[in-house]
Design a protein around this ligand. Structure first.
Ligand code: NCD
Length: 309
C-alpha cells in the first residue's frame, strides 16, 4: 500500500516510520533509474506548480528538476510581487486558482500554518515547502535519506541538532521525523534559541532520549551526525536580537579534533558563518550529497503522490 497516494504533505507528524522507509525505498529506486537514464517517463501529462512567496534556491529547483526528470511539467512563481496578491488577492484565492491549473502544488510562505490552509482550499495535493518557522517536511525526508545512505541505518545513532532550534523549520521537521527511530538527540543551542516546548514534549511522548546542551564541544566526541543550520535572521523581532546570537556556533576544524572518524556533517543550506568553506574538504562534509539527494527524494514523493511508482 502506497501511503502517499493523493496525500497532502504538511507535517512530519503525519508520517510513520513505515511511511518514511517506504519513501526511502522508492527514492533509492528512482536514484538508480535517473542515474542510468537521466529521465524516466513516470509523470508525463502532470503539472507541478511551485508557489514561492518566500525566497528559495534548492527546494524550488530540486522540485522542478525532479518533476522534469519524470517528464512532468512545471509552472510557478518566485515572489509575491509578481502575482495578484500584490493587487490584494487573498492567499486562499491564489491557491484555489492554481489548483485549477496544476495537479500538485508546492508552496512556501512566511506564515506558519499556511500550507495547511492551502491544502484545505486546494482541489489537488499540497506539499509544504516551508511555512514560516513551523515545518519543512520534505527537507527532513531528504535529510534522513542522506543519513540512511551514509550510515546504513538510523536506529542507534547519536544526532546533534545545532543552532537556531527555535526558528528553523528544518530542525522542527527533522526532530518530528527522527522520533520514529531509536536515536539519541543532542539539542545544542543557546538558551534563547531552544527547541520549542511543543516539540520537546512530542519527543518525550515518543520516548526519545534527548539532551538540551549549550556547548557543541561537550558532545562532539559522542555524535554520529552533526546537523546545523544558519541562525534564521528573518524570523527575529529585531536585528539587535539576531546580532546577539548570530555567531553562537561555528563548526571549525579545531572543534572537530575530537569527532568520530565517521562523523557526518549535514546542513540544509544556505549557510552563513556557522559552516566555513574550509570544512568542505573534510571527509565529514556531506551537505552537497544532501543537496543531490533532494532530487531523488522529491521525485519519489511526487511519483508516489500520483501512485505512478
Ligand atoms: C532552509 C529553509 O528554507 O528553511 N533551506 C532549505 O530549504 N534548504 C534553511 C534555511 O533557510 O536556513
Amino acid at each position: 500500500m502506497n501511503p502517499f497516494k493523493g496525500k497532502d504533505i504538511i507535517s512530519c507528524k503525519d508520517f510513520s516510520r513505515d511511511d518514511l522507509l517506504y519513501l526511502f525505498e522508492k527514492a533509492k529506486l528512482i536514484e538508480h533509474m535517473l542515474n542510468v537514464k537521466g529521465k524516466v517517463d513516470l509523470l508525463r501529462g502532470k503539472v507541478l506548480a511551485t508557489l514561492f512567496f518566500e525566497p528559495s534556491t534548492r527546494t524550488r529547483l530540486s522540485f522542478e528538476t525532479a518533476m522534469r526528470r519524470l517528464n512532468g511539467d512545471v509552472i510557478g512563481f518566485t515572489s509575491e510581487e509578481a502575482t495578484s496578491v500584490a493587487k490584494g488577492e487573498s492567499f486562499e484565492d491564489t491557491i484555489r486558482t492554481v489548483s485549477q491549473y496544476a495537479d500538485v502544488i508546492v508552496v512556501r510562505h512566511k506564515r506558519p500554518g499556511s500550507a495547511k490552509i492551502a491544502a484545505e482550499v486546494s482541489d489537488v495535493p499540497v506539499i509544504n515547502a516551508g511555512d514560516g518557522s513551523n515545518e519543512h517536511p520534505t527537507q527532513a525526508f531528504l535529510d534522513i535519506y542522506t543519513i540512511l545512505k551514509e550510515k546504513g541505518s538510523i536506529d542507534g545513532l547519536n544526532i546533534a541538532l545545532v543552532g537556531d532550534l527555535k526558528h528553523a523549520r528544518t530542525m522542527h521537521s527533522l526532530a518530528y521525523a527522527l522520533s520514529n527511530f531509536k536515536v539519541k538527540l543532542y539539542l545544542v543551542s543557546p538558551e534563547v534559541l531552544r527547541m520549542p516546548k511543543e516539540i520537546t514534549d512530542y519527543l518525550k511522548e515518543k520516548g526519545i532520549e534527548f539532551h538540551e546542551v549549550d556547548e557543541l564541544s561537550s558532545v562532539i566526541s559522542d555524535i554520529d551526525v552533526l546537523y546545523t543550520v544558519r541562525v534564521q535572521k528573518e524570523r527575529f523581532p529585531s536585528i539587535e536580537e539576531y546580532e546577539k546570537v548570530k555567531g553562537s556556533y561555528i563548526v571549525t576544524p579545531k572543534l572537530l579534533d575530537k569527532a568520530k572518524s565517521d562523523l557526518i556533517i549535514l546542513h540544509p543550506l544556505p549557510r552563513t558563518i556557522e559552516l566555513p568553506t574550509e570544512i568542505d574538504k573534510l571527509p565529514y562534509a556531506k551537505y552537497f550529497n544532501q543537496v543531490k539527494n533532494g532530487v531523488y527524494v522529491r521525485a519519489a514523493l511526487l511519483a508516489l503522490i500520483f501512485d505512478a511508482l
